[in-house]
Design a binder for this molecule. Sequence first.
Ligand SMILES: [Zn+2]
Length: 297
Amino acid sequence: MTTSNPAENIADSAKTNYPVVAGWTQLNGHTYVRSSPEWGANTGLIVGSEKALVIDTGGGPRQAKELVAAVREITDLPLTLANTHAHYDHLFGNAYFRNHEGVMDIWAHHSVVRDLLESGLLQRKFVRGVEPEMEKAEGLDTEIDYPNRLLEETPVDLDLGGVTATLFFLGRAHSEGDMLVGADGVLFAGDIVEEGGHPSFEDSFPHEWQRVLGKIIAIDELYPIVVPGHGQPVDMDFVRMQFHKLRQGIRVCEAAIHEASTDYTKAIPVLPYGPLQSRHLLQRLKKTTARAASSED
Ligand SMILES: [Zn+2]
């Protein structure tokens, strides 16, 4: 159903200069990435000598089944899962992995469980057309499987045998609980970094997101390769560009919000994002500004 076109793979490989192995873009000796055909959401794979870590599991059992088959083309090792954040396209495949691969540990930021308890039902409607069973919560492997290993403030090192994956949190950004995974010079950034499309601001904390991007840039020597939540792998120059764009976006929004006599949505056409993302950015900043003003009273 979603078999990728070999010709496309060759083109992608040439563009990024990485080899493609069994549908995965191989970033180095231990790390791989592949995108879902429907949303371009990236799943990462880090393979050690004893275990493998899968980063993000797709939007339901259909995508997860394909991911598991793809993982098994690369490795037979036991799997641990990591969810970068609490959005459907990154973790609704957890149950399939747990039920079919005997996965014991699913790592995520500690806020993800609460977020899913609150929003899981609502998020099911976003998989419409791609994961019909998941949307209706009907059939096998459609339960929302909550992470059971929770990241707090201290980074966690997972020894996979010959390679260590470091799970860490740099602050709220695209969502309340964006977890990063770094290994062997590759940083899996989740939706903190977006390539090939605009960042999504619905659940975001724009000021904190800008600070998080600054912190990622500060560790550029550790991670020359950055894997976005969606799109092609990028380098730190791309992250720097996203940082400056967000800073500019926040400035334009705040100027518009502070002009009390102006309809602040007039800023939308001059923002560096699409109309929908710009509207969400304005709404999130308006909320933050209102909260800051009321706490000054
Ligand atoms: Zn997201």
